[in-house]
Ligand binder design. Structure first.
Ligand code: CUA
Length: 159
């Protein structure tokens, strides 16, 4: 069977592109350890207020874990609880968040924290805040009439 030269070049280009793409995904996943955000932890969205740790939103010191603090947020239309929180600088913090009603966003301006909060699931992100200042938390998933007013604030302070 005769294959035209350009056809061959195009086929080789296609296969090479695929291999490059798969290598990038492979290295990223298995060598650099990048994984999609876990949605493995579930919660009954109707019982968020009575389910630990979401019954007590805010910052909590923890012992014997890989992180120093747990920062718990509950989102609902159109607010976050807590509406403002202080975090000591340099602390390793695990953020745990969920929503009581619809899908909300959880994006912390000026950091790489950006999660989607889905009813029935717990979103997690572990990070270290190493700059003092005020960081605005914004909802970046359209959730209704008050979407644009849905904010909270993380204040990173000296210990
Ligand atoms: Cu919550 Cu938009």
């Amino acid at each position: 069977m005769h294959i035209h030269k350009f056809e061959k070049i195009w086929l080789i280009f296609g296969v090479a592109t695929l291999l490059v793409f798969l290598s990038v995904v492979g290295v990223s996943a298995f060598y650099l350890g990048n994984q999609p955000p876990s949605c493995l932890a579930t919660i009954n969205p109707e019982k968020v207020d009575t389910t630990a740790p979401f019954d007590q939103p805010g910052l909590k010191k923890v012992e014997g874990k890989e992180w120093d603090y747990e920062l718990v947020f509950v989102a609902s239309a159109f607010r976050y609880n807590p509406g403002e929180v202080e975090v000591p600088i340099g602390a390793k913090v695990k953020v745990l968040a969920t929503t009581k009603d619809v899908v909300h966003g959880f994006s912390v301006a000026g950091t790489n924290i950006n999660m989607m909060l889905e009813p029935g699931y717990i979103s997690e992100f572990t990070t270290t805040f190493d700059k003092t200042g005020e960081f605005l938390i914004l909802c970046n998933e359209y959730c209704g009439a008050g979407h644009h007013m849905m904010t909270s604030k993380i204040k990173v302070v000296e210990k």
